[in-house]
Design a protein around this ligand. Structure first.
Ligand SMILES: CC/C=C\C/C=C\C/C=C\C/C=C\C/C=C\C/C=C\C=C\C(=O)SCCNC(=O)CCNC(=O)[C@H](O)C(C)(C)COP(=O)(O)OP(=O)(O)OC[C@H]1O[C@@H](n2cnc3c(N)ncnc32)[C@H](O)[C@@H]1OP(=O)(O)O
Ligand SMILES: Cc1cc2nc3c(=O)[nH]c(=O)nc-3n(C[C@H](O)[C@H](O)[C@H](O)COP(=O)(O)OP(=O)(O)OC[C@H]3O[C@@H](n4cnc5c(N)ncnc54)[C@H](O)[C@@H]3O)c2cc1C
Length: 643
C-alpha cells in the first residue's frame, strides 16, 4: 500500500530517504517553533533554508529529492516562491534569450526571485492591476510605477526581506495606450549588501493567522517610484515591444501569461493529499488509543474509533486523502503533457487543463481545510493543543483556499469552460474530462437501475450516477442561461448554480480517476481490494452528502439514495480493521507529523504529559506578573460590591 500511495517503488524510496534525512538532522527540529517570537522564527527559517541548500549541493540531490527535502522540512519560506513561481514564470513566459540569461542565475540561486502579482486593491481580478510599466523610447526602458496606494504589491512571499528579484505584473503602456497586463523581471535589492534599490519601498505585511507556520514567510509590500528597467526585462514570449516602441503579439495565446498559475495550482492539488493524510493519520491513530464509555465489569472502555459516528466522520476523510493523492497524480501527468505541448506551440489542451487545475485546486483545498478541522474535533479537547499538531497544520493550510485563485473564483472559471462546452455541443464533440457531456441524451433520459444496497458496489453504477448528476446540472444551467439576452448578466445571475454544477463536474473527475486507478495500476490483490473499499466510501460519501443534487435532478429515487447510505455504513465496518494500516501507508514519520496524538508507537498520554512541561510557563512555579498583578488582588480583601 505504501507503494500504491507513493505511485511507484522508486517514488516511495526517494520520499522515504528524504523524510529520514530531515527527521534525523537536529537542524530541522521544529517542536519548539510555536514558542518563538516572529524575528527568531524568521531567522530560524533562514538558517534551515540555507542549510537545506547546502545539503542539496553537498549531496548532489536531484530536483525530485530536493522537492521532498523542502517538503519534509515543513516550513514555508522564500525558496517556495523562487522554485515554484519565479523560475517557472521565466521558463513559461521568457524568450530563448531571456531563459538563457536568467535561468542559470536563478537555478544556482545567485539571484532569488518572487512572484509579485497581487496588489492591495486587486488579487482575483488580474486585469484590474494598477501598477504601470510605461515604455520610454528615449532610453529603451520601462518605467515601473505605483500610482495609487491600492496599486502597492501586497502578499508576494519572500519579497519583504529576502528576494533580490521579482516577476512583477503591471499594465503595459506605450504612447499612452494600454496593452494589457504583462510580466517584468525587476531587481529589488543590491546583490552586494541586500539593501532595497533606489525608488523602491519594501516591507513585511504583518503577522498572519496561526503562529509558527506561515509567519516563517516574509510576505511583502512593494511600491515603485518611477523605477527604470531595461526593455529586455519584459517577459516577451507572448508579446514583444521593439526598441521603436512597437507592440506585437506572437501566435502564442495571451492566456499563457497565466501559465505559472496553472503550474502551481497543479502542485497545490498534488499537495492537498499530503496535508489531509497528515491530519487523518493523527486522528486515526489517536482514535484507536482514546477510549470513552462502554466499560463492562471493570474492563477497558470502548476505543472511540469503534463508534459508528466517529467512523462516519473519519473514514470519508481517509478515503478523500487517497482520492486526492490519485487525482493529484493524474493531474500532474495531464500538466506534463500540456507543458510539452505548449513548448511545441500546441495550445489545444490548455483550456481543459486550466479548468481542471482551477476546479480541482478549489475542490481539494476546500475539502482538505475542512477535513483538518474535522480531524481536530475528532481528537476532542486534546486536538486543540498545539502539541496535537493539528492547529498549526490548519493555520498553515487554510490560506490555500484563497491563494493561487480564490476557490469560488476558480469554480466560476470551470463554469465558463462547461458553459462554452455545452454551447458548442452541436458542432464540437467534447473530449477528455468533458467527454460525458457528449452523451447527454442517455444521461438525461436514463435513470438509476440500483435495486439493492449491494448494487452500489459497482463502478459503472457509481460513474453513471456522477455523470448524470453533473450533466443534468450543467445542461440545466446552460438552458437557463440561454433565456438571458445578455450572457454576462445571465452568468452573474446564475453564478450560485454554476458553482454547484462545477463542483459536481470536479467530483466526477475525482471519482472517475479513483476508479481508473483501480482498473489499471494497483499491484497486489489485497491492496487492490482494500482500495476498492476506500473508493466506494469516497463515492458513496459524496453521493450521500450531495444527495439533494442527485434527487433534484431526478436521477435517483429517495429509496436508491437511502440504499447508498446503507451500503456506506456497511463499508465503514470493512475499513475499520485496516484503518491503522491505511494511515501507516502514508509513511509519515513522527518528525513530520509533529504530533503527540499521532505518534507511531501510540504512547500518547505519557508524551502529552511530558510535552506540557516543556511550556515556558512551567519553567518556574511563580512566573513573572504574579507578584505584581495577582498578589495585590489576593491581599486587598475587597468585596466587588464595594468597588
Ligand atoms: C509547509 C510548506 C513547506 C514546503 C513547501 C515545499 C514545496 C512547495 C511546493 C509547492 C508550493 C505549492 C504551493 C504554494 C504555496 C504557497 C502559496 C504561495 C504563493 C501564492 C502565490 C499566489 O497566490 S500568486 C497570485 C495568484 N493569483 C491568482 O490566482 C489570481 C486569480 N485570477 C485569475 O487567475 C484570473 O484573473 C481569472 C482567471 C480569475 C480571470 O481572468 P481575466 O483576465 O479576467 O480573464 P477571463 O476573461 O476570465 O479569461 C480570459 C480567458 O483566459 C482563460 N484563462 C484564465 N486563466 C487562465 C489560465 N491560468 N490558463 C489558461 N487560460 C486561462 C479563461 O478561461 C478565458 O478563456 P476564454 O476561452 O473563455 O476566453
Ligand atoms: C498566504 C498567502 C500567500 C500569497 N502569496 C502570494 C504571492 O506570492 N504572490 C502574489 O502575487 N499573491 C499572493 N497571494 C495573494 C493571493 O493570490 C490572493 O489573495 C488571491 O488570489 C485572492 O485574491 P483576493 O485577495 O483579491 O480575493 P478577493 O477576490 O478580494 O476575494 C474576496 C471575496 O470576493 C469573492 N469574489 C471575488 N471575485 C468574485 C467574482 N468574480 N465572483 C464572485 N465572487 C467573487 C471571493 O470569492 C471572496 O469571497 C497570497 C495570499 C495568501 C493568503
Amino acid at each position: 500500500m505504501k507503494v500504491a500511495w507513493a505511485g511507484s517503488r522508486e517514488a516511495f524510496q526517494v520520499s522515504d530517504r528524504m523524510a529520514k534525512l530531515v527527521a534525523n538532522d537536529p537542524v530541522f527540529e521544529k517542536f519548539s517553533k510555536p514558542m518563538l517570537g516572529r524575528k527568531e522564527l524568521f531567522k530560524n527559517t533562514l538558517r534551515k533554508a540555507a542549510y537545506a541548500w547546502k545539503l542539496i549541493n553537498d549531496l548532489r540531490l536531484t530536483e525530485e529529492e530536493a522537492k521532498w527535502l523542502r517538503h519534509y522540512i515543513d516550513e514555508p519560506n522564500y525558496t517556495d516562491l523562487h522554485w515554484e513561481m519565479f523560475v517557472p514564470a521565466i521558463e513559461g513566459q521568457g524568450t530563448k534569450e531571456q531563459k538563457k540569461k536568467w535561468l542559470p542565475l536563478a537555478q544556482t540561486m545567485q539571484i532569488i526571485g518572487t512572484y509579485a502579482q497581487t496588489e492591495l486593491g486587486h488579487g482575483s481580478n488580474v486585469q484590474g492591476l494598477e501598477t504601470t510599466a510605461t515604455f520610454d523610447r528615449q532610453t529603451d526602458e520601462f518605467v515601473m510605477h505605483s500610482p495609487t496606494l491600492t496599486s502597492s504589491k501586497w502578499w508576494p512571499g519572500g519579497m519583504a526581506k529576502v528576494a533580490t528579484h521579482a516577476i512583477v505584473y503591471a499594465r503595459l503602456i506605450i504612447d499612452g495606450l494600454f496593452h494589457g497586463v504583462h510580466g517584468f523581471i525587476v531587481q529589488l535589492r543590491s546583490l552586494e549588501d541586500h539593501s532595497p534599490l533606489p525608488g523602491l519601498t519594501l516591507g513585511d505585511i504583518g503577522m498572519k493567522f496561526g503562529h509558527g507556520t506561515y509567519n516563517t514567510m516574509d510576505n511583502g509590500v512593494l511600491r515603485f517610484d518611477h523605477v527604470r528597467i531595461p526593455r529586455n526585462q519584459m517577459l516577451m514570449r507572448v508579446s514583444q515591444v521593439t526598441k521603436e516602441g512597437k507592440y506585437a503579439q506572437s501566435d502564442v495565446p495571451r492566456q499563457l501569461l497565466y501559465g505559472t498559475m496553472v503550474s502551481v495550482r497543479q502542485t497545490i492539488v498534488a499537495d492537498a493529499s499530503k496535508a489531509l493524510s497528515r491530519a487523518v493519520c493523527i486522528a486515526t491513530r489517536y482514535s484507536v488509543v482514546r477510549r470513552q464509555f462502554g466499560s463492562r465489569n471493570g474492563g477497558p472502555e470502548t476505543q472511540v474509533i469503534d463508534y459508528k459516528t466517529q467512523q462516519s466522520r473519519l473514514f470519508p476523510l481517509l478515503a478523500s486523502a487517497y482520492a486526492f493523492r490519485f487525482v493529484g497524480e493524474w493531474l500532474k501527468s495531464l500538466y506534463i503533457d500540456v507543458k510539452q505541448r505548449l513548448e511545441a506551440n500546441d495550445f489545444s489542451t490548455l483550456p481543459e487543463t486550466h479548468a481542471c487545475t482551477a476546479g480541482l485546486k478549489a475542490l481539494t483545498t476546500a475539502a482538505t481545510a475542512d477535513g483538518i478541522e474535522e480531524c481536530r474535533k475528532l481528537c476532542g479537547g486534546h486536538g486543540y493543543l498545539i502539541s496535537s499538531g493539528l492547529p498549526e497544520l490548519f493555520a498553515f493550510y487554510v490560506p490555500a483556499c484563497s491563494y493561487e485563485g480564490e476557490n469560488v473564483v476558480m469554480m466560476l472559471q470551470v463554469a465558463r469552460f462547461l458553459v462554452k462546452t455545452v454551447s458548442n455541443l452541436g458542432y464540437k464533440q467534447p473530449v477528455g474530462t468533458a467527454a460525458y457531456l457528449g452523451r447527454v441524451t442517455p444521461l438525461l433520459q436514463n435513470n438509476c437501475a440500483v435495486q439493492t444496497a449491494e448494487d452500489w458496489l459497482n463502478p459503472d453504477a457509481i460513474l453513471e450516477a456522477f455523470e448524470a448528476r453533473a450533466a443534468r446540472m450543467v445542461i440545466g444551467c446552460g438552458e437557463r442561461l440561454a433565456m438571458f439576452e445578455n450572457p454576462e448578466e445571465g452568468f452573474a445571475e446564475l453564478s450560485i448554480d454554476l458553482v454547484e454544477a462545477s463542483l459536481a463536474h470536479c467530483q466526477l473527475i475525482t471519482v472517475s480517476v479513483f476508479i481508473q486507478k483501480l482498473n489499471h495500476e494497483i499491484p497486489g490483490n489485497g491492496v487492490k481490494r482494500s482500495l476498492e473499499v476506500l473508493c466506494y466510501v469516497y463515492a458513496l460519501f459524496l453521493l450521500h452528502k450531495h444527495q439533494g443534487d442527485f434527487l433534484a435532478t431526478g436521477y435517483l429515487t429517495p429509496k436508491q439514495a437511502s440504499l447508498a447510505n446503507e451500503q456506506l455504513r456497511t463499508l465503514y465496518s470493512k475499513v475499520r480493521p485496516n484503518a491503522i494500516a491505511f494511515v501507516d501507508s502514508f509513511n509519515h514519520m513522527d518528525h513530520y507529523l509533529c504530533s503527540v496524538l499521532g505518534r507511531y508507537d501510540g504512547n500518547v498520554y505519557p508524551k502529552l504529559y511530558e510535552a506540557a512541561w516543556k511550556d515556558p510557563l512551567n519553567d518556574s512555579d511563580i512566573v513573572d506578573g504574579i507578584q505584581q498583578y495577582v498578589q495585590p488582588i489576593l491581599k486587598q480583601k475587597l468585596h466587588y460590591a464595594k468597588l
